[in-house]
Design a protein around this ligand. Structure first.
Ligand code: SF4
Length: 222
C-alpha cells in the first residue's frame, strides 16, 4: 500500500506540473485550458460534433459548448454542416486555429528532458506500466476510450519470437516492441469484446480466469 500511495503521489506531482504548463501555454494564446484542449483535439483528430467532443475530452456538454462558442468568437473554430446529417454541425479549426494549435501543442521541454533522463530499460518499463494503468482506468469507465495499441484491432501482441520486437501492427504490417507501444495512434481502430479482452490477455500475459488485468465491464467501449 505504501508503494501504491507513493506512485499515486508521484503521478499527482507530474499532473500538477503538466496542468501548470498547459495553463501557461493556453494563457499565452489568450485561451482557457479547456479551449486549448478542444482546439488541439480537433486539430489532431479532425472535425467533431459537440457531444462527441465532450465525451472524448471527459467534460460536460455545456462546458464543451461554451468553450467551442468562445473559440468561434476568437476565430479559431467554425461550424459546418455535417455531411452525414444535414441537421447536425461539425466543428472545424480555421486556418488561424490550426496555427494556434501548432504553437501550443508541444510538450514542455522540462518534461521531455525528465523522460530522457530515464535509461532505455526504465522508459520501456514505465511505458508498459502506463499502458496497463490507462487500460485499467478505461475499463473502469474512469477515462474515455483511448486510441492505444492494447485496444486496437490491428494489434497482434507477442506473436514474434523476438525479445526486442515481439508485437505486430497489422495496419503497417511491421513488428515492434514495448518501447514503441502507442497511447494515442491516429490509425487505431477499436475491437469488440471479447476480442479486446483476448488481445489484452495476450499482451499482459494473463491467462483466462486470472485477472491481474481488469475484467471487461458491461458497456465498455472496445
Ligand atoms: S494501428 Fe496504431 S494503435 Fe493499432 S496496433 Fe498499429 S500502432 Fe498500435
Amino acid at each position: 500500500m505504501a508503494t501504491t500511495n507513493n506512485i499515486a503521489t508521484g503521478l499527482a506531482k507530474i499532473g500538477l506540473f503538466l496542468r501548470s504548463a498547459n495553463w501557461r501555454q493556453a494563457e499565452a494564446a489568450a485561451l482557457s485550458p479547456t479551449q486549448a484542449q478542444i482546439l488541439i483535439h480537433l486539430t489532431r483528430r479532425g472535425p467533431a460534433r459537440i457531444a462527441a467532443l465532450a465525451e472524448e475530452l471527459g467534460v460536460t456538454q455545456p462546458t464543451a459548448s461554451d468553450s467551442a462558442a468562445a473559440l468561434i468568437r476568437k476565430g479559431h473554430l467554425e461550424r459546418r454542416r455535417d455531411p452525414a446529417d444535414g441537421r447536425a454541425a461539425l466543428l472545424h479549426p480555421t486556418l488561424a486555429g490550426l496555427r494556434t494549435a501548432e504553437a501550443i501543442a508541444v510538450w514542455p521541454d522540462a518534461l521531455l528532458a525528465a523522460v530522457d533522463a530515464l535509461d532505455a530499460q526504465e522508459q520501456v518499463v514505465f511505458l508498459k506500466g502506463l499502458t496497463k494503468m490507462i487500460r485499467y482506468l478505461q475499463v473502469k469507465g474512469a477515462i474515455p476510450v483511448q486510441r492505444m495499441c492494447a485496444t486496437c484491432r490491428f494489434f497482434r501482441p507477442n506473436v514474434h519470437d523476438d525479445a526486442v520486437a515481439p508485437h505486430h501492427c497489422a495496419f503497417v504490417d511491421a513488428a515492434f516492441g514495448d518501447a514503441n507501444l502507442r497511447l494515442d495512434c491516429s490509425e487505431h481502430e477499436p475491437t469488440d469484446e471479447p476480442e479486446t479482452d483476448a488481445i489484452w490477455r495476450r499482451f499482459a500475459g494473463t491467462p483466462a480466469g486470472k485477472a491481474d488485468a481488469p475484467p471487461a465491464v458491461s458497456g465498455e467501449a472496445s
